[in-house]
Design a protein around this ligand. Structure first.
Ligand code: NOJ
Length: 496
């Protein structure tokens, strides 16, 4: 699954912001790379206070991205090339400009008042409970002077939380899913979906958890809601898929959102977006992910997204990012790639005057360079600066170079397509010593071993990796050597 941040992918109309026409012009890039599906960060009508995660109309595409028509054309074009399409559904909150909220806010007796979470002030006039919003470190409540009540917003004050304990809200949100499924969309990524079942009680959090409000809410009601959402998805002819952003970080918490196979199909495990380049740390995170998402559950594997520094930046070198590609694409999991990682992009350096995100996440959202011309294929000044080395890393340059990051990504992606063992094979972590991590996957008569050297020194190839080299993160390597180079990852066919 390949995540596209639409503002930053490709600009078709020359306004400096990526759009759906631009995306359509770059479908060859996705086909050459070899991804099965794309997930588009939100493209719906939005005032863009949180760049689309503040939705003002769940059933219309924002004109900035080309509107509904451009989406229809793009969807058809992607399907024709065998690529499925996943939209980003933002169920926990809408924009304050959504007509539902405008009406809700208009008076205490508005028929939509209880579509959102309104409460009287605390006795001292302050917020109704001690929750903090995720951004800007301020209360999760804003007082509406005109009606004298506070509304809840776990993110910006321009992102009021919907009240999912109201059956009318639930029904309206189910309709938004049906709308897109009827248009042929294959699935959804559900934004902070663990928050929707927060219910009506809204008790204070213990003082030490206040600053972590959005990772502290983990309520049984959400599971009830997810089972009903799943029924809506399953009723579609395409059996639409949902992957949940369940931003919970305690062991064992996230997998519960798959229920008994009757809630989410997939859920992100974010431990991997925070893990440093260390054999110990990676081994621990991979072991926990595999153990918690053992059969019949199924894990995801994600190293980068639009909210965190890119792993090329986090891991600190190109060699490590190359090894990470082999690691991610040979894992027992659905790997999620973040557009630009296949080019080895680092986060852009954003001068203070160009910071636009309220939470400082602009660096990883920098535009993709397509060419080595000065404009990198973006006809007007792009909305954010390009990442470092944009000319050298441009997609058109890398496509011609068999040693490039782009060419590397194609190789394990192709292997994964060709070999069921890399998709469905069992998974066993190997004891490969302190500096290596390694695992074996078996499917019928096929078996592969992946080994990653996380040290700065060459390390002897472990006996478990004897076999035929299928891919290496080191450019030009076409057979097994006695030693793994520093930061080298290999995948080996060990069946025989
Ligand atoms: C998680 C999204 O990934 C992030 O970008 C967004 O700001 C918040 N949810 C709020 O919707």
């Amino acid at each position: 699954m390949y995540q596209i941040y639409p503002r930053s992918f490709a600009d078709g109309n020359g306004d400096g912001v990526g759009d759906l026409v631009g995306m359509r012009e770059r479908i060859d890039h996705l086909v050459d790379l070899g991804v099965d599906a794309v997930w588009l960060s939100p493209i719906f009508v939005s005032p863009m206070a949180d760049f689309g995660y503040d939705v003002a109309d769940y059933c219309r595409v924002d004109p900035l991205f080309g509107g509904d028509e451009a989406f229809g054309t793009l969807l058809t074009a992607l399907h024709e090339r065998g690529i499925r399409v996943v939209l980003d559904w933002v169920p926990n909150h809408s924009s304050d400009q959504h007509p539902w909220f405008v009406e809700s806010r208009s008076s205490r007796s508005s028929p939509k008042r209880d579509w959102y979470v309104w409460r009287d002030p605390a006795p001292d006039g302050g917020p109704p409970n001690n929750w903090l919003a995720q951004f800007l470190d301020r209360p999760a409540w804003t007082l509406d002077e005109a009606t004298g009540q506070y509304y809840l917003h776990l993110f910006l004050d321009r992102q009021p939380d919907l009240d999912w304990s109201n059956p009318d809200v639930e029904a309206a949100m189910h309709e938004t899913l049906r709308h897109w499924m009827e248009r042929g969309v294959d699935g959804f990524r559900a934004d902070v979906v663990h928050l929707i079942g927060k219910g009506r009680e809204l008790r204070d959090l213990p003082e030490e958890l206040r600053g972590m409000t959005v990772v502290a809410i983990d309520e049984p009601f959400t599971h009830e809601l997810l089972r009903r959402i799943r029924s809506v998805l399953d009723a579609s002819p395409q059996q639409a898929m949902m992957v949940g952003e369940v931003y919970l970080l305690q062991p064992g918490q996230v997998v519960r959102y798959l229920g008994a196979g009757d809630e989410l199909q997939l859920a992100f495990d974010f431990r991997t977006v925070h893990v440093p380049w260390s054999a110990d740390a990676l081994r621990r995170v991979i072991a926990a992910n595999q153990a918690e998402f053992a059969e019949p559950a199924w894990p995801t594997f994600v190293l980068s997204n639009h909210d965190q520094p890119r792993h090329r930046t986090r891991f600190g070198s190109n060699a490590r990012a190359r090894a990470a590609a082999v690691m991610s694409l040979t894992m027992r999991a659905t790997p999620f790639l973040f557009a630009g990682e296949e080019l080895g992009l680092e986060d852009a350096v954003i001068p203070a005057a160009r910071v636009v995100d309220p939470d400082g996440r602009d660096g990883c959202r920098a535009p993709l360079p397509w060419t080595d011309a000065p404009d990198h294929g973006w006809p007007a000044d792009a909305w954010l600066p390009f990442p470092p080395d944009a000319g050298r890393l441009a997609a058109d340059v890398q496509r011609r170079d068999p040693t490039s990051m782009f060419s590397l990504y194609r190789s394990p992606l192709r292997l994964r397509r060709e070999r069921a063992v890399l998709r469905r094979g069992s998974f066993e972590l190997l004891d490969t010593g302190a500096e290596l991590i390694g695992w074996r996957r078996v499917h019928g008569a096929d078996a592969t071993v992946t080994v990653v050297n996380l040290s700065d020194e060459p390390v002897d190839l472990p006996a478990a990796a004897a076999g035929v080299l299928l891919a290496s993160s080191v450019a030009g390597r076409d057979r097994l050597e006695q030693q793994l180079a520093p930061d080298e990852a290999i995948v080996v066919d060990v069946a025989a």
